[in-house]
Structure formats: C-alpha cells, structure tokens
Design a protein around this ligand. Structure first.
Ligand SMILES: *Cc1c(COP(=O)(O)O)cnc(C)c1O
Length: 396
C-alpha cells in the first residue's frame, strides 16, 4: 500500500486540482474585449440579449439578470411579497444565500430536513412545517439534481404558497425531460465561476409571470421607472419616478457578453460533466467505504458538484482526516454544506442543533470532489487514484 502524502509519502499529483473552476476560451475573451470598445458597459442592449438567451434555453418567458445569484433570490423574495411575519420553507443543506434572502425581507426561514438519498428537501416533511404564516418554499436543486417539483407544486397549491426554485447549481439540468426553470413561480440561477456557466459574478430569475417580472425589473434598479403607465405624474422627457424601494443589482453588459458566449457552450460543459460522473461512478461503486450520488428517475442532473458520503463505520478515521489526506494528495475537496441553521448567526437567532437530523448526519460524512468541464482524463484518474489510496489506508 502506498504511503499517504499526509504521512510523508509522495502525493498522487504535483499540482493542486481545484474542486471546481470556470472554463474560459478565446471566444469568451474576444466578446468581452469587443464589448469594451462599444457604447455600453452597463444598462445597454446586451443585458436583455443575455436574459433572452437564458430564458429561451430553459423555455421560460422572462429573465431578469442581476449582479449575483444572492441578489436574484432577494429580488424573488421581494417580488413574492415576503415580509415580517411570513415564514418561508428552506432545506437545511444549502448555501446560506437560500435562507438569507428571506431574512433580507424580514421573513423567517423555516428549515426542512433533507432526503438522505438525494440530499434535496424531503418532500414528505414539507407539510409538517407549514403553518398559517407560511408564504413560500425555496427548494434547492442540490448538486444539480432536480427536486420533485410536481410534488412541491401540489403542496404549494394546496396551501397557496409561492415557489422560488434555487437552481443555482442546476442550469441545464432536467426534471421529467424538461429543462429546470419553468415549473416554479420563479427560478434562480447563479453565474459564479464554479457554477454551470459564468459571468464572474451574476445571477438571474426566470419566470413565466408578467406581474412578477415587472416587480423584479423595478427592484433591480432602485424601484425607478420611466414607464408612463406606472408614473403618477409626468414633467417631461427627463422625468422618471421611484415607485418602490429597490437596489442597484444590475448586471453589466460586459458580464452579459461573457454570459452569452458561455451559454453557447453550456451543452458541451454538461456533456463533459456527465462523462466525468460516469467515470467516477464506475470507479467508486464497488468501494464499500463510500457512497456515490443517487439520482432519481425524474432527474437528469447537470452535475454542478459530485458529493460522496463516507460510511464511517467502515473507516478508522472521520471525515476530517479523509478530507485532509485528500488535500495533501493535491486533490481539491470541499464540503457542501454545513446545515445553514448551525452557522453562529442563525444559532443566535434561536435555531438549535438537532433540528434536522438527516442533514446533520450527512454533513458529518460528505465530501465534494473535483468536477468541472476543463478537467482532463488525467485529472479524473488522479482523483480516482487519490480516493482509492486514502480509502485503502483508512479502511478497517
Ligand atoms: C451559488 C449559490 C447561490 C448564489 O450565489 P451567488 O454567489 O450570489 O451567485 C445561491 N444558492 C446556492 C445553493 C448556491 O450554490
């Protein structure tokens, strides 16, 4: 058995492999440089071009692009009318932005435990958390795998709830053979560099609802309108009115140009991600010490991340030791995520350990391993070798 790098052996590879990163080619660079020579760096025509490109890709009517995915979720919560006294259901395992957006609006996030197979919100536990104060649900397509949206919408209809799908991981993924992005009232995508396509920072809400769309357009830019139909007065051509309290959450034309170029490649990105996942699944399925991701029949994931879970009763060490050993082999690993309510900001608000037992158990066993379209076959082999090496050293 070869000696682990953490014990002084030589690492599986010499350079550190990130767990995720962007894929930028010459075309991406060219379009950004061209944009810089043009008239509009921001508030120009490239913004709606990008919005239409994303909306068309997923099959939605409208898109509102904003400065990041978190701003998009804030915008959606505002458009949904979430305010003080309102409760919003959020899965326990997600990035903090999924529930911070509720707090921004003065609402109260209510955490729902996850399904231990998919790590997505447990649809069978949603109704237990609904009260007369519940206003919305924010399901998250964790790792790119679709939530069971038909079941969620059924519950939402019964209790008159708004559904905001946090699909930050899931652009290009499918639910029942349709692209994610048309079922919920609003769907958010993120364009952070590790996400399916990037604009450096960026996010979007897609929707089929015109009212929500109009509210979001206002919210993105100070609540200001130049639409005469919405104004209460008109002093002349210079005139505009602020009719709501909004933010400056605009995405620049520069970023949208990059986004358009990235969208031209999304299908090839996802194809590569799926190839790598197939290689991982094949390599790991016989290792009893780890579990590979489980995918539901109705989902065709875009595979934002690949998460393994450890069977700790078959290992001599815990997740931390496995994690550190992989890092020392020069394999970029990560953990997605600490249950949100265990962050100190949330525990100070009164949330307590024990709230979502399945989420807490999975958190203690999960590791995200590298997955991004620019990975070479050699990179993939290195990850597989490193996992096997570490598991072989640590298995009972
Ligand atoms: C990335 C992400 C977001 C949005 O993040 P931004 O960095 O603001 O674009 C929201 N929710 C989840 C689950 C995410 O992973």
């Amino acid at each position: 058995m070869s000696k682990l790098a953490i014990d002084g052996g030589s690492p599986v590879r010499d350079t550190y492999l990130a767990y995720g990163r962007q894929y930028i080619d010459n075309k991406d660079i060219e379009v950004v440089v061209e944009l810089l020579k043009g008239d509009y760096l921001t508030t120009g025509p490239t913004v709606s071009e990008f919005e239409n490109k994303v909306a068309n890709y997923v099959g939605a009517k409208y898109g509102v692009a904003v400065s990041n995915g978190t701003a998009a979720l804030h915008m959606a919560c505002h458009a949904a009318g979430i305010g003080p006294g309102d409760e919003v259901l959020v899965p326990a395992i997600t990035f903090a932005a999924s529930s911070n957006c509720v707090l921004y609006c003065g609402g109260t996030p209510i955490f729902v435990d996850i399904d231990p197979k998919t790590y997505n919100i447990d649809v069978n536990k949603i109704e237990d958390k609904i009260t007369e104060k519940t206003k919305a649900i924010i399901p998250v397509d964790f790792s790119g795998q679709a939530v069971d949206m038909d079941k969620i919408l059924e519950i939402a209809e019964k209790y008159n709830l708004i559904v905001i799908e946090d699909a930050a991981h899931a652009l290009g993924g499918e639910y029942k053979n349709r692209k994610i992005g048309t079922k919920a009232h609003m769907t958010e995508f993120s364009f952070h560099p590790v996400k399916p396509v990037t604009t450096a920072e960026g996010g979007i809400i897609v929707t089929n609802d015109k009212d929500l769309y109009e509210k979001m357009i206002l919210f993105r830019s100070h609540g200001i309108t130049r639409n005469k139909n919405l104004m209460s007065d008109y002093h002349g051509p210079w005139y505009y009115e602020q009719i709501d309290l909004g933010y400056n959450y605009r995405l620049t034309d520069l970023q949208c140009a990059l986004g358009i170029s990235q969208m031209d490649k999304i299908d090839s990105f996802i194809k590569r991600r799926r190839e790598i996942v197939a290689l991982y699944n094949e390599a790991f399925k016989k290792l009893e010490e780890i579990n590979i991701p489980f995918e539901e029949e109705f989902s065709n994931s875009g595979w934002h991340i690949y998460v393994i879970t450890l069977n700790l009763d078959k290992l001599k060490v815990g997740r931390k030791e496995v994690f550190e050993a992989l890092q020392k082999e020069n394999i970029g690993v990560n953990v997605h995520y600490l249950p949100v309510y265990l962050h100190p900001y949330y525990t100070k608000l009164g949330y307590e350990k024990g709230l979502c037992p399945a989420a807490e158990d999975i958190y203690n066993r999960m590791i995200t391993i590298p997955l991004f379209p620019a990975m070479t076959d050699r990179d993939v082999e290195d990850v597989i070798s490193a996992i096997k090496k570490v598991i072989n050293n640590y298995k009972i």
